[in-house]
Design a protein around this ligand. Structure first.
Ligand code: NAD
Length: 257
């Protein structure tokens, strides 16, 4: 049975949601999921053309949406993107800090320092910069919810991906800390940990590596962006009203073994 909301559900009506990395993959699926629930959606991405295309699709489905060019590694760009969301739709209630990159694969003792810096800047500092500017706006709106996109690699190691794994573990700790700080101000902040998901992030994976990734999931397949979006949408909704500061896996059983 499908859990996709019908337009009548409209549980996000009157709410504005900002999604970083909303032009592709999980962020794009979530943009459609929140829009179907009635949210006004700001697609924030450094792929400006991709963000505009996503907004055109959302608008043609009847949603209120706007695109903004944002590089999450640049605090000034993030601050401007959050201001754009508030100026465009009047307030910010929901945020999904989802922009991320994979980075190259190489052992820790050989990992290029510039690759480390780029992956950590995007996947960890980008989440901090985003919350740094989103949280005051969400408090000013009277409360809301944030989902930070971690990974199964926010709890497991993965040989060859030291920067990605460290950044995704960092997102879990940052999420818990911010949640403690903002729970009494009616902002719920949680993290999502997807297993490997069939999105453009895996575009450089050859078929042997892909088979290996599939074998890590007892479900016998990779996940879909929509399956991750469904969990994130639940955590953003009022149905998750007592869920603060926790890390939720959607991983086809990866972590159970
Ligand atoms: N695909 C997976 O297997 C998987 C698994 C676990 C977690 N994740 C996480 O989910 C999130 C989304 O990944 P995806 O699989 O949808 O990837 P994707 O490549 O399809 O989408 C990522 C989006 O982030 C944007 N982006 C990258 N760097 C940016 C920056 N500096 N500023 C603004 N936007 C930027 C890209 O342009 C792209 O639109 C990432 O944080 C990723 O680490 C993905």
């Amino acid at each position: 049975m499908s859990t996709t909301p019908t337009p009548a559900d409209q549980e996000f009506a009157g709410r504005t949601a900002l999604i970083t990395g909303g032009a592709s993959g999980i962020g794009l699926a979530l943009a459609h999921r929140l829009a179907a629930g009635g949210a006004s959606v700001v697609v924030a991405d450094y792929d400006e053309a991709g963000a505009r295309k996503a907004v055109a699709e959302l608008e043609s489905a009847g949603a209120k949406a706007a695109a903004v060019a944002m590089d999450v590694t640049d605090p000034a760009s993030v601050e401007a993107g959050v201001r754009f969301a508030v100026d465009t739709f009047g307030a910010l209630h929901l945020a999904v800090n989802n922009a991320g990159i994979g980075g190259p694969s190489s052992p820790t003792g050989e990992y290029a320092v510039e690759d480390w810096n780029r992956v950590v800047a995007t996947n960890l500092s980008g989440v901090f910069y985003s919350m740094r500017y989103e949280l005051p706006a969400i408090v000013a709106a009277g409360g809301g919810a944030v989902v930070n996109m971690s990974s199964i690699l926010g709890t497991n190691g993965f040989a060859g991906s030291p920067a990605y794994v460290a950044a995704k573990h960092g997102v879990v700790g940052l999420t818990k800390t911010a949640a403690l700080e903002y729970a009494a101000r009616d902002v719920r902040i949680n993290a999502v940990g997807p297993g490997f998901i069939d999105t453009p992030l895996l575009r450089n994976t050859d078929s042997a590596a892909r088979d290996h990734l599939v074998s890590l999931h007892p479900a016998g397949r990779l996940g879909t962006a929509e399956e991750v979006a469904e969990l994130a949408a639940f955590l953003l909704s009022d149905r998750a009203s007592f869920i603060h500061g926790s890390y939720h896996l959607v991983d086809g059983g990866y972590s159970a073994s």
